[in-house]
Ligand binder design. Structure first.
Ligand code: PGA
Length: 253
């Protein structure tokens, strides 16, 4: 079975003490997880190293950075390179989150560069895609998301794509309390899997974890995760409280 993943995206929240308490409480409270089930903490840069350390307590827990530079090193003040992340034991990086696309003008081409650097260093990109409300209302979401995937992933080879996790996050559902219905999520996830199959073949597509993100919470996680093409979630708000995130994790299939 392909990996089923509950990934937390803390965004720019929590102070250091709160971050340590949250991650330790989640790790201590984990239900017994199956081999194919995984938990990932998407952690702000200053806390990565200690939380990588805490995550060693469970083989099911990994740590992701929320971003990385599209350059490998040099005079880029304030940026964080893939090599820096590798050197402290980070294994995953969220790339192309809609907030980075919107507020930091990240393009599909720039995201492709980040993915190249990550894969060269054996780090796993959690590649985010998803349409804004206007595209959904115009029923253009398939075309929009397919273009994001083509421009950031289609240059990869089969050996590379198998290390990529995809997160479908409709922008209209992020932080709004407005979740896609389980059927809407399933429909788009099936489309994304077909898009990957058309380019890379059915077997690779079948093994690709596709997470849903956008107002996943205790009350809807299990239903959304139960859909055949949904392999867990990328969770913002509900990942900031240990008890809520633990219940989301319990919804993994
Ligand atoms: P949300 O955020 O769960 O708070 O909607 C999800 C995300 O942006 O990854």
């Amino acid at each position: 079975m392909r990996k089923q993943i509950a990934a937390a995206n803390w965004k720019m929240n929590l102070n250091y003490e709160q971050a340590l308490t949250l991650s330790q409480t989640v790790i201590s409270g984990l239900p017994s997880l199956k081999n194919h089930q995984q938990v990932i903490f998407g952690v702000p840069f200053p806390y990565l190293l200690p939380i990588v350390d805490l995550a060693k307590q469970s083989e099911h827990v990994s740590v992701a950075a929320q971003n990385c530079s599209d350059k490998s090193s040099g005079a880029f003040t304030g940026e964080t390179s893939v090599e820096m992340l590798t050197s402290i034991g980070v294994t995953h990086v969220i790339v192309g989150h809609s907030e980075r696309r919107e507020y930091f003008q990240e393009s599909n081409a720039m995201i492709a560069e980040k993915i190249n650097l990550l894969l060269q260093s054996n780090l796993i990109p959690i590649f985010c895609c998803g349409e804004p409300l206007a595209e959904r209302e115009a029923e253009n979401q398939d075309v929009y998301v397919a273009a994001q995937i083509k421009e950031s992933l289609f240059h990869l080879n089969a050996d590379q794509i198998k290390h990529v996790i995809i997160a479908y996050e409709p922008i209209w559902a992020i932080g709004t309390g407005k979740t896609a219905s389980a059927e809407q999520a399933e429909e788009m996830h099936a489309f994304i899997r077909q898009t990957i199959a058309d380019q890379f073949g059915a077997i690779l597509a079948e093994n690709c974890s596709i997470l849903y993100g956008g107002s996943v919470k205790v009350g809807n996680a299990k239903e959304i995760f139960s859909m055949p093409n949904v392999d867990g979630g990328l969770v913002g708000g509900a990942s900031l409280k240990a008890d809520e995130f633990l219940q989301v994790i319990a919804g993994l299939k």
